[in-house]
Design a protein around this ligand. Structure first.
Ligand code: ADP
Ligand code: MG
Length: 556
């Protein structure tokens, strides 16, 4: 047989290993969740491949995940009879940073310069979390369909090198053996492993089995310890809040509870089930501003996992949503290319959008505290929908909240409907101002005339606001206008006053225009100001200073 080969980890892998083992220590138990999640992915992949090639399941069709421990050898083993890996796949998947999650983790950690466990908990750190509790990890794997002699043994102490060996493996799938560090004996107890499975992995859709214990020792008898059903296929009445929450944790790789969820079954010419969650904190990628490789929304077809399809199933501005979509009528051999142009999927997508917006509306109406949490975490992401989703623009706008001159300090809690309900008779415009900060908006001389007249002005200071306003010209039949733009709407009395004032100021205006020359387009008498002697104003078609600055920063 081939000799044992020793290789070095890719430089980044060593870095990840170092970061993971040092920063994850306070949550070290998640190694089990991560290994079970990989085993479950491997079972999903095999089930999917076996649709076209049933022979891959040969003689061993019951996919399952086994978690066992050996008190003598001081090992914990997670084994699956899923897809398995070839030698090349082992090298590619666990010797380099193949995993998208791991790569993002690395980028974020070096970017953030802080090893915040809360941050880490928000996404899968994957295979390398094994090294938090183990000082040696052995992986035994055989690809489904490959002969027994094509097994591969991978082993490493996580310090820069790993060994590879070709071995005989009678069964397909993968076993990950953790040789525990000296002070990690707690994981050699059945109840401890079992309670971690219940906490983080109860709703993995394959049976998780553990040896039955006798006289404090594992026996050869196996027992299924998780629920192992596809939670979303059960009737709502049979699912408790705890079930929903624990399924969310499995799905979203999150420590925290979800904020809210919506679970629906659509029957008819096209039947499908959706179970969609809003997290209580921004998921990791969102915090890092990343948009690529969205995970967390899984597409199933008749309970068979097909792929992560967040991009196909939800628009970008709802990228914080996690969940499952299970369609009855899509072809099982569907590819990503087909999905992108599939009309059935379009319908499912708009149903998902509707469900999520319904859910957010319900929070706004019935659970103000949760809505506030939601808005703090995802309000700015939601604003992208104003430009992105014309069909739902009005619904989204209804959910937005702003600071206001008649609001509650800098708190963003005034809705457009609140504003409209306070408009005096005759006012037909929703006025707003944009600035870099709340203080700058509030202190702007542009507000003077509005204050004097008692007209409410929305104070917008989030980066995204200016872009959003580019697509939000109207709400509920009222125009939205920037206080810095164009002429103020004046009543008859006001117009007369202004004409008179302009005439009186004619010599001064001519003088000023001469002095300022090309630097201004015009000098006018304004009704804008009450205390300040002058201000800069924009014509209707000019860019707001805030936006001009943003564009300059972006290199335009
Ligand atoms: P992720 O699961 O986010 O891809 P991981 O670090 O958890 O990242 O795993 C890295 C890769 O190693 C997986 O994508 C998969 O290709 C492979 N892998 C890990 N565990 C298994 C397993 N039990 N069976 C088959 N492949 C696995
Ligand atoms: Mg993983």
């Amino acid at each position: 047989t081939a000799p044992v080969e020793t290789r070095k980890f890719e430089a980044e892998v060593s870095q990840v290993l170092h970061l993971v083992t040092h920063s994850l220590y306070s949550h070290k138990e998640i190694f089990l969740r991560e290994l079970i999640s990989n085993a479950s992915d491997a079972c999903d992949k095999l089930r999917f491949e076996s649709i076209a090639k049933p022979e891959l399941l040969s003689g061993d069709a019951e996919l399952h995940i086994d978690v066992s421990w050996d008190p003598q050898a001081r090992t914990v083993t997670v084994r699956d009879n899923g897809i398995g890996m070839t030698r090349d796949e082992v090298v590619a998947n666990i010797g380099t940073i193949a995993s998208s999650g791991t790569r993002r983790f690395l980028e974020a950690m070096s970017h953030e310069q802080k090893n915040d466990a809360r941050l880490i908990g928000q996404f899968g750190v994957g295979f390398y979390s094994a090294f938090v509790v183990a000082d040696k990890v052995t992986v035994l794997s055989r690809r489904a369909g490959a002969p027994a002699s094509d097994g591969v043994k991978w082993e490493s102490d996580g310090r820069g090198e790993y060994s590879l060996e070709q071995i005989d493996l009678p069964e397909r799938g993968t076993a990950v053996v953790l040789h525990l560090k000296p002070d990690e004996d707690e994981f050699l107890k059945r109840w401890q492993l079992r309670s971690l499975i219940t906490r983080y992995s109860d709703h993995v859709a394959f049976p998780i089995r553990m040896p039955v214990e006798k006289d404090d020792k594992p026996t050869d008898e196996w027992e299924t310890v998780n629920d192992a059903s596809a939670l979303w296929t059960k009737p709502k009445s049979e699912i408790s809040d705890e079930d929903y929450q624990s399924f969310y944790k499995t799905l979203g790789h999150d420590f925290n509870d979800a904020l809210a969820w919506t679970h629906n079954r659509v029957e008819g010419s096209q039947s499908f089930t959706t179970l969609l969650y809003i997290p209580s904190q921004p998921p990791f990628e969102l915090m890092m501003g990343g948009r690529d490789e969205r995970k967390g929304l899984k597409l199933y077809i008749k309970r068979v996992f097909i792929m992560d399809a967040a991009e196909e199933l939800l628009p970008n501005y709802l990228r914080f949503v996690r969940g499952v979509v299970d369609a009855d009528d899509l072809p099982l051999n569907v590819s990503r290319e087909i999905l992108q142009h599939n009309r059935q999927l379009e319908r499912i997508k708009s149903a998902c959008v509707k469900r999520v917006l319904d859910l957010i509306e319900k929070l706004a109406k019935d659970e103000p505290e949760k809505f506030e949490t939601f808005y703090k975490a995802f309000g700015n992401t939601l604003k992208e929908g104003i430009g992105e989703d014309q069909v739902n623009r009005e619904r989204i706008a209804k959910l937005l909240r702003f600071a206001s001159t008649k609001g509650d300090g800098s708190a963003q809690n005034v809705s457009l409907d609140d504003y409209i309900s306070r408009m005096p008779v005759g006012q037909d415009t929703i006025w707003y101002i944009t600035a870099d900060s709340y203080a700058a908006a509030l202190g702007s001389p542009q507000l003077e005339a509005f204050k004097a007249k008692g007209i409410e002005v929305l104070l917008m200071s989030d980066r995204i606001d200016e872009w959003m306003l580019g697509s939000l010209h109207e709400y509920a039949g009222k125009k939205l206008r920037n206080v810095a733009k164009g002429d103020l709407p004046l009543d008859e009395e006001g117009k007369k006053q202004q004409e008179e004032a302009s005439k009186a100021a004619e010599p001064l205006l001519t003088k000023l225009k001469e002095l300022l020359g090309d630097r201004v387009a015009d000098v006018k008498v304004s009704a804008r100001l009450t205390d300040s002697p002058s201000c800069l104003a924009l014509s209707d078609y000019e860019m707001a200073p805030h936006l001009a600055r943003l564009l300059r920063e972006a290199g335009h």
